[in-house]
Design a protein around this ligand. Structure first.
Ligand code: ADP
Ligand code: ADP
Length: 226
């Protein structure tokens, strides 16, 4: 069963803006996959639909064989989302942000703290767990988003432009962390407009432009064409 199977996915926003125009995409379980494309191509819309934040106009999405429209709870539990924005409370302690997220999935607090500790340690944030989020640097907030996305142990991690505005040292640290997570069995999909990011991290890539998939291939194959 693929991690993700998208068929004919279409999104028309109010005002007749066709953001996605019949997208087909398959991501195999265990893959590290990049959705590459310029600003306005439809990357965030695609992710918004996967995360149940945006309703599709037409088409179907299956996550590990579960239909997004019919089995929304199962699909939500299977996905961890790292959004572009720091959409957590700036006044909440870092540890609580991660643990409370686990609460939405019904994970008991003691269990959630164990998982949060392991993630926050790996991401270099454990010493900051009692600090309010606003005390963190931008790079630390990005890592907090990643810890929060993984606390319920999703099989599929989706990151929307994870390293936008991140300095090179932190970018390398994040890249290594994502490689490790993928090697441990989590399927990873990220959106990016940097070919370099896809090149360093990903096995397979789809290029999206103006709401259509124009290339869907391995990163190796894509690079050999340039
Ligand atoms: P990307 O993430 O690749 O930059 P988006 O998915 O954000 O692309 O946007 C795809 C297209 O849909 C763009 O033309 C954008 O302006 C438009 N769009 C995005 N969100 C909305 C919205 N809420 N209402 C109307 N148009 C939107
Ligand atoms: P202290 O004794 O230092 O005041 P508390 O046990 O009252 O510590 O918890 C303070 C903070 O420690 C909490 O807000 C939370 O961020 C973190 N925390 C709470 N429980 C745990 C736990 N089981 N493991 C790790 N950190 C925890």
């Amino acid at each position: 069963t693929p991690a993700l199977a998208i068929r004919g996915l279409t999104k028309v926003y109010a005002g007749d803006k066709r953001a996605l125009d019949g997208i087909d995409l398959t991501v195999e379980a265990g893959d590290f996959f990049a959705l590459l494309g310029p600003n306005g191509a439809g990357k965030s819309t695609t992710i918004g639909i996967l995360a149940s934040l945006v309703n599709a106009t037409a088409g179907s999405v299956q996550v590990f064989g579960h239909d997004l429209a019919r089995e929304r709870g199962t699909v939500k539990a299977a996905i961890g989302l790292v959004p572009q924005e720091f959409n957590f409370s700036q006044f909440e302690p870092v540890g609580e942000i991660v643990v409370n997220q686990a609460g939405y999935y019904g994970i008991p607090r003691a269990r959630a703290w164990e998982k949060a500790e392991s993630l926050l340690r790996r991401l270099g944030l454990w010493d900051r767990r009692k600090d309010q989020a606003r005390r963190l640097s931008g790079g630390m907030k990005r890592r907090l988003l990643i810890a929060r996305a993984l606390v319920h142990e999703p099989r599929l991690l989706i990151l929307d432009e994870p390293t936008a505005g991140v300095d090179i040292e932190l970018r390398r640290h994040m890249w290594q962390f994502l490689r490790d997570i993928n090697a441990e069995g989590t399927t990873v999909i990220l959106t990016t407009h940097y070919l370099e990011e896809a090149e360093h991290l990903c096995r397979n890539v789809a290029i999206i432009d103006d709401g259509r998939i124009i290339t869907d291939t391995s990163v190796k194959e894509l690079l050999s064409r340039l």
